[in-house]
Design a binder for this molecule. Structure first.
Ligand code: SF4
Ligand code: MG
Length: 321
């Protein structure tokens, strides 16, 4: 099967400017050479601590940030190279769900109009048709037709996320980047939004990247997961394998930190010491070596490449045989 999205050696650097001439003095290497493919119908998790490059990856594959280097191929189109008009056509097929839907909604616009706006902009529907589509979207997203005439501030966080999801889905996209869609919500609301995403995927058949720092949500929703650390993917595996048999020391630490409900379950907690180093001057060799408890000499010298160790289970670590 052909991937819907194929990312090859993707880099996204942000320039740091200084001085009165505002010269570029350095770069934040937010994403520094990552490759992965996503297949139709998949839910693909991207996890890691804040600053690891997961959101930048999501925005860059949608071309909302311009890639610094590498290839992003969406259904055979190299989207970081095609012209504006082609990109505009693809735009409605590739949507984003934001972490904070409130900031992406115009406070002075009725939510119905906000949801309908992209439909009219892309010339998909007009007038009454748009209204009908919006009401349908409100209802499938667990809201009510009467909410059409209300304003964003009248809704709770969970409801606003439902509005954000309705707006992204109104265009019936095939591919969605959900950038930490539940991180800002209370635990009980998080579960509701996860269930909603599952139901909607069933109904609308989209493929999506689910970005999170919370491994619990990823375990529940995703088919495969890529773990990121300082701009690199350090491990990529089917979700079950990743949780049963994490190979990278960083993944092992993240998984060991998930609270266990069973008080009798014995689990060693691996503490991650220190902070994430700066993505401006990342550590040499393996970027995780400053925090890795089994690091050896080679780790400070050579960058480990992502290699397949078991079926579909890739890891970047010198010491995993
Ligand atoms: Fe640790 Fe070395 Fe493996 Fe990096 S390559 S995770 S430093 S053992
Ligand atoms: Mg983020």
């Amino acid at each position: 099967e052909e991937p819907i999205l194929k990312v090859e050696n993707l880099k996204k650097y942000f320039p740091i400017r200084a001085g009165i001439l505002s010269r570029v003095v350095n770069h934040v290497k937010a994403v520094d050479g990552i490759s992965f493919s996503i297949y139709p119908g998949e839910t693909f998790g991207l996890v890691g601590e804040s600053g690891c490059g997961k959101s930048t990856t999501g925005l860059t594959v949608l071309n909302l940030h311009e890639a610094t280097a590498g290839n992003i191929e969406y259904r055979g189109n190299v989207i970081n190279e095609i012209d504006k008009e082609e990109l505009r056509k693809l735009r409605k097929d590739m949507q984003i769900i934001f972490q904070d839907p409130f900031s992406s909604l115009n406070p002075k616009m009725m939510v119905g109009d906000a949801i309908g706006e992209p439909l009219e902009e892309h010339g998909i529907t007009k007038g009454k048709e748009t209204r009908d589509r919006v009401i349908e979207m409100l209802e499938v997203c667990g809201l009510e037709a009467s909410h059409y005439y209300r304003y964003p501030h009248e809704f709770s966080g969970g409801q606003r996320q439902r509005i954000g999801i309705a707006r992204s889905l109104a265009l019936n996209p095939s591919f969605i980047v959900a950038d930490e869609p539940i991180s800002a919500l209370d635990a009980s609301i998080q579960a509701q939004i996860m269930t909603l995403l599952e139901e909607l995927q069933e109904e609308f058949n989209f493929t999506y990247i689910f970005i999170a720092h919370d491994l619990t949500a990823v375990k529940y929703l995703c088919d495969r997961v890529a773990v990121m650390y300082l701009g690199h993917i350090v491990e990529l595996a089917p979700t079950e394998n990743l949780f049963k048999d994490p190979l990278h020391p960083y993944t092992q630490a993240l998984i060991s930190a998930i609270p266990v409900m069973d008080p009798l379950a014995k689990k060693e907690k691996i503490l991650l010491e220190g902070d994430i180093p700066s993505p401006v001057n990342p550590p040499s060799g393996c970027r995780f070596h400053t925090r890795c408890r089994i690091a050896e000499d080679i780790c400070t010298r050579e960058i480990p490449q992502l290699e397949e160790k078991e079926d579909g289970h890739e890891v970047a670590c010198h010491l995993v045989k």
